[in-house]
Design a protein around this ligand. Sequence first.
Ligand code: THU
Length: 152
Amino acid sequence: MSEETARLQRDALLATAREAARGAYAPYSKFHVGAALLLEDGTVVTGANVENASYGLSLCAETVAIAKILSTGKTPKLEAVAVTGGLAGAPGAGDTVTPCGRCRQVLNELAQLGGTDPVVWSDGAEGPLEMRLSEMLPHAFGPAHLGITGRG
Ligand code: THU
């Protein structure tokens, strides 16, 4: 893939994540997060954060997207992840939002099952940040540690 194609793919996935953030239910933090996950077959699955009056029960955007994918009964290859977030009214315009620690672990579950190391793009005021999941979560603990290599 040419650099230009990769840049277009990144920008398109970030735009989809921004759109997904519009669906956030975040009345407590007012911090709207959107995630867009690109699968090997070109499918894009989105998620937005879903908060709860019992704050600790809130779901992150990335976790919602992973739950959507894994609850289809499949374990597709996860190629890329785009994340965007910001205070309501200004999503994508704030600081660079990278997946939280728990989300890195949740993303790792599908990445390892599908045998990929997805690129993670984060929106931010200074332009997109690009990292591999393995850079964000080095020496990851995953399904293989428990003998799980597929859905079983
Ligand atoms: N949040 C996400 O959705 N993903 C992350 O990776 C970081 C945090 C959400 C959780 C909560 O609803 C809001 O952002 C503020 O923490």
